[in-house]
Design a protein around this ligand. Structure first.
Ligand SMILES: Cc1cc2nc3c(=O)[nH]c(=O)nc-3n(C[C@H](O)[C@H](O)[C@H](O)COP(=O)(O)O)c2cc1C
Length: 164
């Protein structure tokens, strides 16, 4: 795929996501130690001259710098780290520490930690984020309640579409 895109007009290839295997754990729930697609990125580098971005598993500035310095990629993408600290790029540029503190939840159900990040993004969007990591069980209930309300809205909307 990457080799095929090399001959196309795309400006940038971002290597991200996790896996297509059914039942595989989600990336955002894992307690990984670093970028998990770096070897894949090195293989991609060998078959394309396009600018490459690597997303997934970056937790420290050092990891991000190493990935770029290795020559494998031109830039890194951050998801959870930016949810935890939206000003992270500025802090890194200013040489400030500490690194973002990733929450640890014991016995989190599959999908539960992604729900936590989703609700955290919702809080940030509403300028209502707090410093504490909250109770995961409550977050999942909020997340499910939000989805239920959204589903009702969508169903009403599409039901109306059908009627037109
Ligand atoms: C709130 C949230 C929602 C996500 N939703 C999806 C999704 O719908 N599809 C998907 O392939 N990956 C999803 N992911 C996983 C991301 O694609 C990605 O693998 C991961 O977050 C990589 O970056 P990070 O390690 O910096 O968080 C989600 C991650 C988070 C934190």
């Amino acid at each position: 795929m990457v080799a095929a895109l090399d001959g196309s007009s795309v400006d940038l290839i971002d290597i991200s996501g996790r896996t297509y295997f059914p039942g595989a754990k989600s990336a955002s729930g894992g307690a990984g130690k670093g970028p998990y697609f770096i070897e894949f990125a090195k293989r991609a580098r060998a078959v394309t001259a396009k600018p490459l971005m690597l997303t997934g598993g970056f937790k420290t500035r050092r990891q991000a710098e190493d990935a770029v310095a290795s020559g494998a990629v031109d830039m890194v993408g951050l998801a959870r780290a930016l949810v935890l600290e939206p000003c992270l790029a500025d802090l890194w540029n200013a040489g400030q520490k500490p690194e973002p503190v990733f929450p640890r939840f014991s016995d989190a159900p599959e999908g539960g930690i992604t729900a936590w990040y989703t609700m955290r993004l919702t809080e940030i969007g509403a300028a209502m984020e707090t410093q504490d990591f909250g109770d995961l069980g409550q977050v999942i209930r909020d997340y499910e309640g939000r989805d239920k309300r959204r589903t009702e809205v969508w169903l009403r909307h599409f039901a109306n579409d059908d009627a037109e």
